[in-house]
Design a binder for this molecule. Sequence first.
Ligand code: ATP
Ligand code: MG
Ligand code: K
Length: 654
Amino acid sequence: MAVVGIDLGTLNSKIGVARRKGIDIIANETSNRTTPSLISFGPKQRAIGEPAKTQEVSNFKNTIGSLKRLLGRSASDPEITEHEKKFINATLVDVNGTVGVKVNYAGEQQQYSATQLVAMFLGKLRDTAEIELKTPVSDVVIGVPSWYTDAQRRAMIDAANIAALNPLRIINETTAVALGYGITKSDLPDPENPRHVMFVDVGHSNMTATVVAFSKNQLAVKSSASDRQLGGRDIDYALVRHFSEEFKTKYKIDVLSNPKATFRLIAGCEKLKKVLSANAESNLSVESIMNDVDASSRLTREQMEGLIGPLLDRVQGPIVKALEMAGLAPEQIDTIELVGGTSRVPAIKSRISAIFGGKTLSTTLNQDEAVARGATFACAMLSPVFKVREFAYHDVAAYPVKVQWEPTEEEPDSELVVFPAGNVTPSTKILTTARKAPFDIEAVYAEPEGLPGAVNPWIGRATIKGSPAAGENPTYKVKTRMNANGIVSFEGAYYEEIEEKEDTMEVDAKEGEAVPKKKKIVRKKDVPVVTGYNSLETSTLNNLREQEASMHAADKLVKDTEDRKNALEEYIYDMRGKLEDRYAPYVQPAEKEKLLSMLTKAEDWLYSEEGEDATKSAYTSQLDTLKAVGDPIAFRYTEHSELPKAASLLRETI
Ligand code: ATP
Ligand code: MG
Ligand code: K
């Protein structure tokens, strides 16, 4: 059983695997330790990750990124239509109440929800991990932003299930980072006097500040605050706007009117931004940006800081808020640990440091891989396969959750905040209400204005059924839980039946008389509960899993077919060369003539209309036919040439 942790980044994703000797971040098919979080739909197949990146510009209308930004959101959400849309070229549409994309795939127009898109991408990461580990992957822990809502967390679980994965836990990204940090520390203090560390993650799309208290063998998240729209891509966008204005007058071109030119400029600006993290000034150069113009310019770090001033001013927001929520002053934070690619920007570092009186910030963690490593630790802890050092972690609720039910005359107060913001998770609360069943109870976010964009505050509903004797108004208890995934559910309900029984006779020691002893028996009677949440229905989930499996199989067939075609082509050229060369002494002229003409025939077929686009079995059978004649020749050659070699090897070892 494999143990895998996933950091699904807005730009790039990372995969961690647990091994006997520790945790490794693995490389993908292109030997990169990060995989572009992109899907590109083609006329024949889906390209996911690296191959999608190479088609990002040429097939921009059918290429979609920002997957985690779309997950669990609705198509009409202004955060999607106004902010997210700036970074997406594909057409966003509504798919059964959630945002999705409209693309051309395999010659047809198709729509996929963000949940399906995330599933497709997770499937690719699963394949990458399986190739590396040479074993099937099922158990995973996936990181999510701490600001993700119930619906988004449920959507991530649905997506993992569609990808045939078993998500053991959905972990907040900065909590994963904290876990990876704490588990390696052997000098943590006693719980009365914990060490407070603030983790600041500035990524491609968002920034989060999280205060964590560490003590021996445990960590507790104290608070977490985010700016959902402050990251590297916002810096890139500011630079793109600057240069596109400059190029209007300089070259008389309107870059932003042309998607491909915009891509080229974004890529140039991202590069420039990175260079300016280490240098005071740098060149921007974008070859044939559009209309045959080679665009170039120059920017100093200071100029860049001027262009992104409004963004820099927002850096302190989450940090100040996290401190406030944790009830700590800046000087009570022992260490500030930076992670995320954008935390390398010097101006961002100095803004953060300033809040702590110029304190030196620490980067002891691998800034790009800390989330994936932490998620992998979490998976190892939850998996039976690995023995991991005992290390407990608790998180907090991001938004207050209340339950509400229909008021009765006796109970006019019909709502209650069960999990206030900052409530430790996991947590179970038991609600008590006296009434007649059946009745409905609902969980909703108590402060909708604090939720991302226009997220629907509705979380879930339960209908409590089954009532005791007619006429009675028993006291019902309803169990509400926020689990370690930050997901709320109604776990069950019961009423208490109280019976006073004179079941034993005891001899009173003083009086010497037998007296009846009253005993109060409380019986918990479980009652049926019917619940509904934002997760997909089982039947829908099964359907989508099948759909995903068949798309995955179709992609595999396309790839296998290409592999077979390449193998045939390679065999033709390889054999033709060898027949004139090393195989020459081992082949009769007639045999050679026959094989050469077969090779030519196969070659002609391969470049004919039919052979250009044939089936996997057609390529396989062409190759098999050639090999039937070619293999005996190759065998005669190896027998003669390898045998003496083996013999000499034998002599040497003796
Ligand atoms: P998110 O956490 O927002 O979902 P992510 O995890 O994909 O996104 P990261 O991989 O942490 O993001 O960071 C990627 C961002 O960091 C990109 O915008 C990239 O340009 C930026 N970045 C990487 N290196 C540097 C650098 N040296 N200087 C400035 N920016 C950098
Ligand atoms: Mg990230
Ligand atoms: K374990």
